[in-house]
Design a binder for this molecule. Structure first.
Ligand code: ASN
Ligand code: ZN
Length: 321
């Protein structure tokens, strides 16, 4: 079947024919090795509130459906087409580039909930709750949160992190977790949209969510935000942003993004994925992050020149041995 994303582009979707509902549903049963059991699906949360979706399965919700194979405006406006399409792109990226079958590497089902609110009010956020992705409806300025591949890639990467290094979501290890989620979110968005790494938009997270503002003005983060060094680290209390997991993430993601701009981007991605899957451990901070990336680079036989780029990038962000 097909659907239309919030930006107006038409995309192909693998659908499931649910005979009992007499509908086609947003479930892709063909992508995964064991897709007969574990599909990629998008659920209609119908305004359920974020707290009721976190860590539980709200009662009465359904996989998004349509009586015809071409999904219409309702699915577009809810962000359902974007969530489903982007989830398949993220799945394909991890499978194709890293040989990783789904978020856990073992073909786990991928579930996205769209249409989530803040007590019935507009909600501009999204999260990974340990088993699924939860996306807000947006508001007057922000499109539904799944409408940008980098946001979807970010949330799904939290699932990859949880199943690999399992970086604790507090302080520096939390900032690493956030930085790696932003790195892969933007990497996947840049690759699927064909944006050049030289385009400053490539480093923005959520730039395509803007309804009226110019691209970038409503972006949630910028990996080139100039908070360049660890001297900028904000030592906030745990009650504030879990000790600054988002506030400090660009110190690390900024270094990773410099690397992706300055060496072959596919090699950069393989290095960061290997560092995450094989070297990083739950309580690591920025320095351990640097060491993990350098160790992975050596394993992957990065040239001496590329290794120099990596050390230079971390040094420039104040991340030193
Ligand atoms: N959008 C945020 C994130 O995924 C939600 C949160 O603070 N956990 O990082
Ligand atoms: Zn996050």
């Amino acid at each position: 079947g097909t659907g239309v994303k919030t930006d107006g582009t038409k995309v192909d979707l693998n659908l499931y024919h649910d005979a009992s509902r007499k509908e086609y549903t947003l479930s892709d049963y063909v992508r995964m090795r064991d897709g007969s059991k574990n599909p990629i699906s998008t659920w209609d949360a119908r305004g359920v509130e974020a707290n009721d979706a976190a860590g539980k399965w709200p009662s009465g919700i359904k996989v998004f459906g349509s009586p015809v194979q071409d999904f219409g405006k309702e699915a577009t406006d809810a962000g359902a087409v974007d969530a489903q399409w982007a989830a398949t792109q993220v799945y394909d990226y991890y499978k194709g580039k890293h040989g990783r079958d789904s978020l856990d590497g073992r073909g786990m089902a991928i579930n996205s909930l769209v249409g989530v609110t803040n007590g019935g009010q507009p909600w501009v956020n999204a999260f990974w709750d340990g088993t699924k992705m939860v996306y807000g409806v947006g508001d007057d300025e922000y499109r539904p949160l799944a409408s940008d591949v980098d946001v979807v890639g970010h949330e799904m990467t939290h699932g990859v992190v949880e199943n690999t290094a399992n970086l604790v979501y507090v302080g520096q290890s939390g900032a690493l977790n956030e930085g790696i989620a932003d790195y892969f979110g933007n990497a996947i968005d840049t690759d699927t949209s064909g944006t050049s790494m030289d385009d400053p938009d490539s480093g923005l997270l959520g730039e395509d969510l803007c309804r009226t503002l110019p691209k970038g003005e409503c972006a949630l983060r910028d990996l080139n935000d100039g908070r360049t060094t660890s001297k900028d680290f904000l030592g906030v209390s745990y009650g504030v942003d879990n000790g600054g997991v988002h506030l400090n993430s660009t110190i690390f993601s900024g270094a990773l993004w410099d690397i992706r701009q300055d060496i072959d981007k596919d090699l950069a991605d393989r290095i960061v994925h290997k560092a995450l899957a094989e070297y990083l451990t739950p309580l690591d901070g920025f320095t351990e992050g640097r060491n993990a990336v350098l160790a992975a680079a050596k394993d992957l036989k990065a040239s001496a020149k590329d290794q120099k780029v990596i050390t230079r990038s971390f040094n420039a962000h104040g991340i030193v041995p």
